[in-house]
Ligand binder design. Structure first.
Ligand code: SAM
Ligand code: DTB
Ligand code: SF4
Length: 329
């Protein structure tokens, strides 16, 4: 049977997820080696281009207007300022630049036109441009594609069953519809989730099942661990266990062998040794730079020191396009 499958059953996913941890890591590491260059890690930079004041009620999110989290609301940034950040990220060695907006959905207005300009500008710098702007129509996805968007981030966050406990202002189906619109526009899909929301192992298994049985696997799957922010309903959630993170990453790697699996939010809580286990288990992408969207992240220099220590190097931009045919299919 091929390793690249979209017909996983929930039972199969459950069996992989529940494999004894060291066996699971070994299996994931073997799959990783077969399909990817294990010495490379993609370095992405995030920038919050419109911060806070969001109408949604995502229980984890410091940017939802209804929670008092101390996040300052900031209108959409100017294009020139964004391009300066992008250039700095590029100079520091980042190859993907992801712009996030605290929007429920994109509206067809001047702000969207400005985002299209930003996408165009960042693409011209030679960076892989990614956006995460909330829900999109098919036409909006096409406009972003025409402007040069490489990838769109839109997370499922958790299982369909648990979704309503975390977010009530939109549905799982709304999320899937946007993902479909992104695909149709020919933009690559970045879609993952969060652990530590209070979900069960069964919810994690179901989310991984949904991701790995989409018509095409997302090109990247961010695995976030909850950054519990004061003022959000989840502020007192217990810290996630590093072994759970490793288990999620390893299972994702086995289910979606060629996908970039991103060790995303929550890295500040992990030692270099713990992150090394995540890379061993198949993670091959990180967000670098001292801020995620609104919360802190390890300093760039610390990450580069970690790369040196572990013998990792940053992955070049647009590598898939350059190497079509060189990997096993
Ligand atoms: N508003 C858009 C949306 O929700 O799709 C884009 C920005 S939103 C902040 C992007 C993603 O960040 C969310 O889907 C969620 O997975 C992640 N995220 C937000 N707050 C987080 C937190 N406190 N800890 C971990 N991940 C978080
Ligand atoms: C993703 O999966 N994680 C990033 C990115 N996609 C947009 C966002 C993490 C946000 C963490 C909380 C914050 O900094 O506001
Ligand atoms: Fe708004 Fe996105 Fe935060 Fe939800 S995750 S509150 S949609 S910014």
């Amino acid at each position: 049977m091929s390793d690249i499958r979209n017909n996983w059953t929930t039972e199969e996913v459950q069996k992989i997820y529940n494999t004894a941890l060291l066996d699971l890591i070994y299996r994931a590491a073997t799959m990783h080696r077969k399909y990817n260059d294990t010495g490379e890690v993609q370095v992405c930079t995030l920038l919050s281009i419109k911060t806070g004041g969001c109408s949604e009620d995502c229980a984890y999110c410091p940017q939802a207007a209804r929670y008092n989290t101390g996040v300052n609301v900031q209108a959409l940034m100017k294009k020139e300022e964004v391009l300066e950040y992008a250039q700095k990220a590029k100079d520091a060695g980042s190859t993907r630049f992801c712009m996030g907006a605290a929007w429920r959905e994109v509206r067809d207005n001047r702000d969207f036109d400005r985002v299209l300009d930003m996408v165009h500008g960042v693409n011209e710098l030679g960076l892989e441009v990614c956006c995460t702007l909330g829900m999109l129509t098919e036409e909006q996805a096409q406009k972003l594609a025409q402007a040069g968007l490489y990838s769109y981030n839109h997370n499922l966050d958790t299982s369909e069953e648990y979704y309503g406990d975390i977010i009530t202002t939109r549905t799982y189906n709304d999320r899937l519809k946007t993902l479909d619109n992104v695909r149709k526009a020919g933009v690559t899909v970045c879609c993952g989730g969060i652990i530590g929301l209070g979900e069960t192992h069964a919810d994690r298994i179901k989310m991984l099942h949904t991701l790995s049985t989409l018509p095409e696997h997302p090109e990247s799957v961010p695995i976030n661990s909850l950054v519990a922010v004061k003022g959000t309903p989840l502020e007192n959630n217990p810290k996630t266990d590093v072994w759970d993170m490793v288990r999620m990453i390893a299972t994702a790697r086995i289910l979606m062998p060629k996908t970039m699996v991103r060790l995303s939010a929550g890295r500040l809580e992990l030692s270099v040794a713990e992150q090394a286990l995540c890379f061993m288990a198949g993670a091959n992408s990180i967000f670098a730079g001292e801020k995620l969207l609104t919360t802190p992240n390890p300093a760039f220099e610390e990450d580069m020191a970690m790369f040196d220590m572990l013998g990792l190097k940053p992955r070049e931009a647009f590598k898939n396009e350059k190497s079509i045919g060189t990997y096993l299919s």
